[in-house]
Design a protein around this ligand. Structure first.
Ligand SMILES: NC(=O)c1ccc[n+]([C@@H]2O[C@H](COP(=O)([O-])OP(=O)(O)OC[C@H]3O[C@@H](n4cnc5c(N)ncnc54)[C@H](OP(=O)(O)O)[C@@H]3O)[C@@H](O)[C@H]2O)c1
Length: 197
């Protein structure tokens, strides 16, 4: 979970990846985190949040997505359509139909960059779970962070990180529909320039 706070300012949550980074392909985490840091329970999401699933689809559509094998296993429908699915595993015999299997997180990013370049998108989406967020935290440029306003029980948490190297560039409530167990807020975080120097 985040260990610090910072004040929000401007851009839209689905603004294109940072042109200031010289048109490079940005690495974006897409994650939903409860107030107690929980992101998963028994290999699944610990809540019913239909609005966030729709947001997830919008934020990731057309982009290469990188995930751990357990997150792949948890998907109700595999692969996720309209996106190149890249699955990280240590099992070189993994049969993941419709996905690209790679044996370490950095290779996953390299492959994702190739796909992004070929299809002309400027962002890679890292979609979890905890093991993959932790491994790729140093590579992340941006986070689409759904703050879930509740503290459900769970067995998987987002890795601790120091928010002082990040700034919140936008924040907006996700309107709560009938199929949302909790209210939530989408925050967009970017690495602050100071952290890059
Ligand atoms: N709230 C959210 O936004 C969100 C997002 C995603 C997932 N989740 C939840 O998080 C939980 C899953 O997270 P998790 O941390 O348990 O699993 P995970 O990160 O999805 O997958 C872990 C697996 O990835 C592979 N792996 C990890 N590090 C590796 C490395 N360095 N090299 C090669 N392979 C590596 C291993 O696969 P093998 O065992 O096959 O070798 C490992 O078992 C689920 O409950 C899921 O629903 C929540």
């Amino acid at each position: 979970m985040m260990t610090n706070t910072s004040s929000p300012s401007s851009p839209a949550p689905d603004a294109p990846a940072d042109a200031a980074r010289g048109g490079e392909i940005a690495v974006a985490f897409v994650v939903a985190v409860a107030e107690n840091g929980v992101i998963g329970r028994n290999g699944e999401l610990p809540w019913r949040l239909s609005s966030d699933l729709k947001l997830f689809r919008r934020l990731t559509m057309g982009k290469p997505i990188v995930m751990g094998r357990q997150t792949w296993d948890s998907l109700p429908k595999r692969p996720l359509d309209g996106r190149e699915n890249i699955v990280v595993t240590r099992n070189d015999h993994l049969d993941a139909k419709g996905a690209h299997v790679v044996l370490d997180p950095i290779s996953a990013l390299q492959l994702a960059r190739d796909f992004a370049q070929k299809s002309g998108v400027d962002e890679i989406a890292v979609i979890g779970g905890a093991a993959i967020y932790e491994a790729l935290l140093p590579q992340a440029d941006r986070m689409y962070w759904t703050a879930v306003h509740g503290s459900p029980e769970g067995d998987t948490t987002f890795p601790d990180f120091d928010l002082s190297g990040w700034r919140i560039v936008s924040q907006e409530p996700i309107s709560r529909g009938p199929n949302d167990e909790f209210a939530a807020t989408l925050r967009v975080l970017e690495r602050s320039d100071a952290a890059l120097e």
